[in-house]
Structure formats: C-alpha cells, structure tokens
Design a protein around this ligand. Structure first.
Ligand code: HPA
Length: 242
C-alpha cells in the first residue's frame, strides 16, 4: 500500500471524506501503531489519519506523533496536509476563518519531539517549518474555490489539555502568536525530520481566552468545526486533484 498525499485530520475531522475504494489498516512502527485509511481521489492515492483517533479518543499530549509520521513515511507519502482547530488571538480573525500558518512557537512541555534521540545527532532547520510550496498550492486552491484564507499566521502550540489562561494568551500575543492550538508540535518538527512537505490549514473555532467574555468549551470548538469542515476538505481535494 502506497500513497503520495496524506491528510492528518485534527479535531472535528475524523473521516477521509471524498476518497473511493478506501481501506483502513494498522501500521506497526517502532513508536506504536498508527491507523491509516487509504483511498483514491482524482486518480491519486491519499492516506488519511485521524490525529485524535476515531471519535476523538486521544488527548493532544498523548498522541503518538512519532508513530503517525513514521507510518506516513513508510507509505511513501511526500506531502502532508494537516488540519487544526485553533483559538484566535486577533479580533480580525474570527470563528469560521481559515488560517494558513507559516510559523510556530513551541510551548509544549512533556512530549518527545524528535526521531533523533541518540546517534546520529541531528539539528533540523526550522526557519520555514511549514512547506512553502505546499502553502502556495493550498492558497491557489482557496482562490480556485473562491474561499478566503489568511495566508500568514503564527501558531503557538500549548501543552493542554486545558485551555489557556487570559494572562497566557496576552503573553503569547506579545510574543507574536496569532492562533493557539495543542497539536502542531511536535508534528511539524517530526515531518521536517522525516523530510516530508507539511502544511497546516487552521480553522478558527473560537476567540482565545480573554478575547471574549464567554468561557471556552470543547463543545464550541467541535460545533464550529462541524459547520466549516467541508471547506477544508474541498480545499485539500482541490489541491490534490491539480
Ligand atoms: N486554545 C487551545 N487549543 C484550541 C483552542 C484554544 O482556544 N481552540 C481550539 N483548539
């Protein structure tokens, strides 16, 4: 089984969507098992992986990031399209908006974040964590479909699973972050180490803590995702079919 493209579905994206002849299998890796569904779209093989497992059973800090990326590499994947539900740190970026992030700040604490845990010692370049070529292709797909998408954004990745405090969000804003989520790290680092082209389309599901008066709930995140998930799927499959 081989696939050139992969989709990693985050919160609210648990199925491959438009692919035909899909088969699901478990791939054994040195870092645990990964479940992958492979199907065809526009004559191309596409691998799909639900980051949190079917039905959102794995919290962000327990995801087997290394197993997931290893499995994709083993399938021959070259280009990885990831989705992420995020909170927005800017009023101009509202729930329902798409953000094609181009940089990331790592605030995680407990996660193993490398394949190079011993010899050889490798320090991977992270000047451009998200693949520029893939980002341009996704921006072109958004234009084809007439969807608006913010073409820059800095993702701050927190440890979770709790949401942030107001003071934390203020600090992250001062550090330059524009959206907040819990899963881009170490996923993007591992993709770099595995030499995969990797990009993330973020869906803003809420204003981050302190930007709105209402307390934040996971239910709100899921609901906004459900209302808008079709857009991300359209975007990915338009890109893949080009
Ligand atoms: N914070 C962290 N992760 C998130 C948020 C948030 O506000 N919204 C969706 N994922």
């Amino acid at each position: 089984m081989q696939a050139k493209y992969a989709i990693i579905g985050g919160t609210g994206v648990y199925e491959a969507g438009q692919v035909s002849d899909a088969t699901t299998s478990t791939i054994h890796t040195p870092y645990g098992d990964a479940t992958v569904t492979i199907g065809a779209y526009a004559g191309k093989q596409v691998a799909f992986m639900a980051r949190h497992g079917a039905g959102h059973s794995t919290p962000p800090h327990k995801i087997r990031y290394r197993a997931n990326i290893w499995a994709l590499k083993e399938l021959g994947v070259e280009q990885v399209l990831a989705t992420a539900a995020v909170g927005s740190l800017q009023l101009a970026c509202a729930p329902g908006d798409l953000v094609l992030v181009d940089d990331v700040i790592d605030m995680t604490k407990s996660r193993v974040n490398t394949f190079f845990d011993g010899e050889p010692v490798v320090h991977v370049d992270m000047s451009d964590p998200y693949c520029g070529r893939l980002r341009r292709g996704l921006m072109a797909a958004a234009n084809n479909l007439g969807y608006s998408m913010h073409d820059h954004g800095v993702y701050v990745c927190t440890e979770g699973p709790r949401f942030e405090t107001k003071a934390e969000i203020q600090m992250y804003g001062q550090l330059g972050a524009s959206v907040v989520g819990m899963t881009s790290m170490p996923e993007v680092t591992l993709a770099k180490e595995a030499q995969l082209c990797y990009a993330t389309v973020c869906m803003v599901t809420n204003y981050a803590a302190g930007l709105s008066n209402a307390p934040l709930t996971h239910h709100e995140v899921i609901e906004t995702m459900q209302q808008n998930v079709r857009k991300i799927r359209d975007l990915f499959y338009n890109f893949i079919s080009e």
